[in-house]
Design a protein around this ligand. Structure first.
Ligand code: ATP
Ligand code: MG
Length: 726
């Protein structure tokens, strides 16, 4: 392999960047302009042409998936896979350092990594030990506080104490948490970064070793580095007068989407200040997307202020127009997406070339169901499946107890969730007694309460839990399933409890819980005679177990917009392009957050290579209630010349019993067993006159979509709506 072959397939600006001899290089460029490509080729160039040893190279990116891809791409460019190079995420590299230097880092050799759930349990424990009331000092909030401090590189003693009692207590918790982690040899994600940084500060000889070693540092997705990551980089590079390493950072300020997690886009601006004589390279040609897609993306991001400013163009074809589809509701939207994917597969394409991206994890359930129904294999990335999420598992545990008091797993899961002062000791005592007597935890608890085997405090708490479940069961007897779920979520305190977690996480959990109510509402038991709850729980259990495609099978890729960063797909669907959903309703009021939402829209649009669909639902059951949102402002920002609206008429789905009926006009078919036809004028007692837009389901479950003249679109149960033909 020679010099030219590494520079082949690069444009002039990219070549300059790849072969640059400048010490510090900042590649600042828009989506799909080849930033990652430049990074990869630069590494190959350094090894092959400049004869840098791979041992001297360290490359950082944002996700493990991206790191794997980077490695593969480097291998492909070189005659032999290089060894000794460090390629990984900030967390991965920090972990590696701590593993190597555990002694200097003051850790046990086999220290444990805490995930977020583990971390929360530890926080809870130390708060309790401090005698803090869990309802006033929810573990989630303290956890958020601790993590934010660590992201900024702050230990408890660094935090400025202004005498504000709230902060004082949080710092106390942070201190106790730190001690507990140190005693137990546990390290959370933020701690990895912080401690790796401190390792170097406290051990200059180690720092010097790595400074001597890594002469070339390359960073992808630089716009999303946080304070501690940036500090770590500067230290390693020896930034300052006698900077040892050369640093290449590539990024795009327009794709900074992790501000809510402490990322600092201003690191891009600081780069020129902190890294001596840094040269900025701009790449302006986009190689990923068609002209129409690129123009749309440019139009959307142009509305943000405070951009560093870039001008992205392509000399490729305009390609197809971007298709915009308005679903009647989220099911219609999902069905449409499934249809289009099937068409695309029929044309000889592969499943894995298609991606469905969405703003919020709660949207995935309906999409998953539509793909399942259409037998389209899919895989969800970077997010848990709906029924496996913590809050959903908690809610299901309550429902399971209603159905069966002797479900021990469910009992254990929620006996103290939300916290009701039933400590680990009490649970352990119950567990031991249950094991000894061979009875369920429920029975054992009843007995323990009746015979006063527990301390007064624990006994009362356990009795309270038993009463709660019995009472919830009694309340629910005559209620339809979704009202049962609603009632239980509220009365158990789960919604309030999960909602206390700060920031987007808490909101997301509450949204998911409400989405569970929607799922109950939409659930149709196979056996109408049997218990709806029982059948619902069975389905949920199966869903959690085996719905996704096998590894290795070509599957449609589903993920949130956040997880799609850096990736590209020939066919992309952006689902749920509605106000309040995207931009997220929590972000609309705050200009800073709205800008970040807009950047997220830019990231989404620029994932598409050949064809982009934007879809939204005119009405949506989300977060437990029906909402009518207008189309997202991000769609409205796209000039109409790049858009085509997919006409409803060709998409109206008729109930299967009418599938054979002739004609394509939406106005010529009658609605299954309703006796109504599409386009027909009808009268409703309360809503007045309107036009029939669509049907869903059949028989007792038939639903009719009517656009009322004065009240707008509504979806009604046909049986109870009592519509009169006009
Ligand atoms: P993002 O901002 O989304 O991370 P990026 O700037 O990192 O995008 P890449 O992923 O490196 O962009 O490149 C986008 C696509 O364009 C890739 O498929 C890449 O192979 C292709 N590409 C980049 N530069 C060229 C080039 N000079 N010739 C041909 N294809 C190119
Ligand atoms: Mg990239």
């Amino acid at each position: 392999m020679d010099v030219t072959s590494i520079l082949d397939d690069l444009n002039t600006a990219q070549r300059d960047a790849v072969s640059s001899s400048d010490k510090n290089l900042l590649v600042l460029a828009g989506a799909g302009s080849g930033k990652t490509r430049v990074l990869v080729h630069r590494i190959a160039w350094l090894i092959q042409v400049e004869h840098v040893s791979p041992y001297e190279i360290l490359a950082v990116t944002f996700t493990n998936k991206a790191a794997r891809e980077m490695r593969e791409r480097i291998d492909a460019l070189l005659p032999m896979p290089p060894s000794g190079m460090w390629v990984g995420t900030f967390h991965g590299l920090a972990h590696r350092l701590l593993k190597t230097h555990w002694r200097e880092a003051n850790l046990p050799e086999n220290f444990q990594i805490l995930d977020s759930d583990d971390q929360q349990r530890v926080v809870k424990r130390v708060s309790a030990a401090l005698g803090l009331d869990d309802s006033r000092w929810p573990a989630r909030q303290s956890q958020w506080f601790i993590n934010s401090q660590k992201d900024e590189g702050l230990r408890p003693h660094h935090i400025q104490q202004t005498g504000d009692p709230h902060t004082t207590t949080l710092v106390k918790i942070y201190t106790a948490y730190e001690e507990a982690c140190q005693r137990g040899g546990m390290v959370d994600f933020g701690e990895l970064l912080l401690r790796a940084h401190e390792l170097w500060l406290n051990h200059p000889e180690l720092l010097q070793h790595y400074q001597n070693r890594f002469r070339h540092i390359l960073v992808d997705e630089f716009q999303d580095t946080n304070a501690i990551q940036y500090a770590w980089l500067r230290l390693l590079a020896g930034a300052g007068k006698d900077q040892c390493a050369s640093v290449t950072a590539v990024g795009d300020d327009d794709q900074s989407i992790y501000g809510w997690r402490g990322a600092r886009v201003e690191n891009i601006r600081n780069f020129n200040r902190d890294f001596d004589g840094a040269v900025t390279v701009k790449l302006e040609q986009n190689y990923r997307s068609t002209g129409n897609i690129l123009n749309a993306a440019n139009a959307v991001i142009a509305r943000n202020s405070e951009r560093l400013g870039k001008n992205l163009w392509t000399d490729g074809a305009d390609g197809e127009l971007i298709s915009l589809y308005a679903g009647f509701n989220e099911h219609d939207e999902a069905r449409f997406i499934g249809d289009r994917i099937q068409g695309w597969i029929k044309d000889g394409n592969s499943h894995s070339d298609a991606a469905i991206l969405y703003r919020s994890n709660a949207q995935s359930r309906v999409l998953e169901e539509a793909l399942l129904r259409a037998s389209i294999p899919y895989r969800i990335y970077g997010g848990q499946k709906f029924y496996e999420r913590l809050e959903i598992r908690n809610a299901l545990a309550y429902l399971r107890l209603l159905l069966n008091r002797h479900d021990d797993a469910a009992f254990e899961r929620v006996v103290n969730v939300p916290p009701r002062a039933i400590g680990d000791k009490t649970v352990q005592a119950l567990r031991d007694a249950a094991r000894a007597s061979g009875q369920s935890l429920w029975r054992t608890a009843q007995k323990a309460v009746a015979e006063r085997q527990l301390t007064a405090r624990a006994g009362n708490a356990v009795a309270g839990f038993l009463t709660l479940i019995d009472q919830l069961d009694g309340d629910s007897e005559e209620l339809p399933l979704h009202e049962v779920a609603d009632h239980i979520l509220a009365q158990s305190g789960l919604v309030e409890y999960h909602g206390k977690e700060k920031g987007e996480r808490g909101q997301a959990r509450v949204d998911n819980l409400k989405e569970l109510i929607s799922a109950c509402k939409g659930f149709r038991p196979q056996d109408p005679e049997g218990s709806a709850l029982g059948q619902f729980l069975d389905e949920a259990a199966l869903d959690a177990g085996e719905r996704q495609a096998d590894d290795g099978q070509s599957a449609v890729q589903m993920m949130t917009l956040h997880s799609a960063k850096g990736l590209e797909f020939p066919l992309v669907f952006l689902a749920g392009m509605e106000e309040n959903l995207f931009p997220h309703r929590m972000s609309i009021e705050e200009p800073g957050r709205l800008d970040e939402e807009r950047r997220l829209a830019y990231v989404g649009i620029t994932r598409a290579m050949e064809k982009l669909y934007l879809t939204f639902a005119e009405s949506r059951q989300l977060y437990g209630s029906e909402s009518f949102n207008s189309v997202s402002r991000f769609v409205r920002d796209i000039p109409s010349e790049y858009l085509e609206e997919v006409r409803l008429s060709s998409q109206v789905r008729r109930p299967t019993s009418y599938a054979k009926s002739a004609g394509t006009s939406r106005f010529s078919d009658s609605g299954a067993d309703t006796g109504l036809s599409l386009g027909q004028r009808v009268q409703h007692k309360i809503f007045g006159e309107g036009t029939v837009l669509n049907f869903e389901g059949s028989g007792a479950r038939a639903r009719v979509h009517v656009n009322f003249d004065s009240e707008g679109p509504k979806i009604l149960m046909y049986e109870s709506a009592n519509l009169q033909a006009v």
